[in-house]
Design a protein around this ligand. Structure first.
Ligand SMILES: [Zn+2]
Length: 248
């Protein structure tokens, strides 16, 4: 029943995060230059059919702009499809996470604990959800897998989201790489930084333009910053969905 419900609602899917990690300088010293983030978002034909000058949207846009000095949620108005995507929350909503152990010869069980820690860092922000862990990948809200490297050069993590026309995230898939582009194993602090970053995308977080934030495209930090925190609060206060000025 649950699956059928999901199948009916899931109408939009896109690759929302394809992330870069600056290769560890100590490991190889190479390719530390900035490489443009690859970010793609496609939108199906069933875009929201709201009317122009929607007052709720206008209010949301105002709140995004008013908070722009302290958050980066307004980046949604600039570089992406102007859609606020987040999980629909009841009181104390559980998000089921399936960690698919293995997948790469470099995989080690400690990596599952690293993902649990990444999830816990967002959970501790008190956004209205908590994470539970399941082995059932078909029923899970968020599925995490590992690969030696991602197909895309110079990327250490990728998050694919599925959301409905209201902007509610229905499913997230995270792929984490274990090696950088030169083939060197990523150190644990870098793996954790990417895991926190991708888990951020999985709850709907956009990119930050500040390298101190975990949502900076080239994730370096694994501790959620005050700006990350305020952005996440704002994300879970605002109504999801399009914040475009009109659907022209
Ligand atoms: Zn990202």
């Amino acid at each position: 029943m649950h699956r059928v419900f999901l199948a009916l609602l899931v109408i939009l899917a896109a690759l929302v995060g394809l992330d870069a990690l600056r290769p560890d300088a100590a490991a190889d010293g190479a390719r530390s230059g900035e490489v443009p983030e690859q970010r793609a978002a496609t939108q199906g034909a069933a875009a929201a059919s709201a009317v122009d000058l929607n007052p709720e949207r206008a209010a949301t846009r105002r709140r995004l702009r008013d908070a722009a000095a302290r958050t980066y949620l307004d980046s949604l108005l600039l570089g992406t499809d102007s859609l606020i995507r987040r999980w629909e929350l009841g009181s104390g909503r559980a998000l089921d996470v399936a960690i698919v152990e293995g997948g790469a010869p470099e995989y080690a069980p400690r990596l599952a604990n690293m993902v649990r820690e990444a999830a816990a860092r967002w959970e501790r922000e008190g956004l209205g959800f908590y994470f539970t862990f399941t082995a059932d990948t078909a029923a899970a809200d968020i599925v995490i897998r590992w690969q030696s490297r991602l197909e895309s050069e110079d990327r250490a993590g990728q998050t694919d989201l599925v959301w409905d026309r209201l902007g509610h995230i229905r499913r997230a898939g995270i792929t984490l790489a274990l090696r950088n582009t030169t083939g060197a194993l990523l150190p644990d602090d870098a793996l954790l930084a990417v895991a926190v970053h991708e888990m951020g995308h999985a709850i709907g977080m956009p990119h930050s333009d500040d390298s101190e934030d975990v949502m900076f495209p080239r994730a370096r930090h694994n501790v959620i910053s005050p700006r990350d925190r305020l952005t996440a609060y704002l994300l879970y206060q605002l109504p999801p969905g399009s914040v475009k000025e009109s659907d022209s």
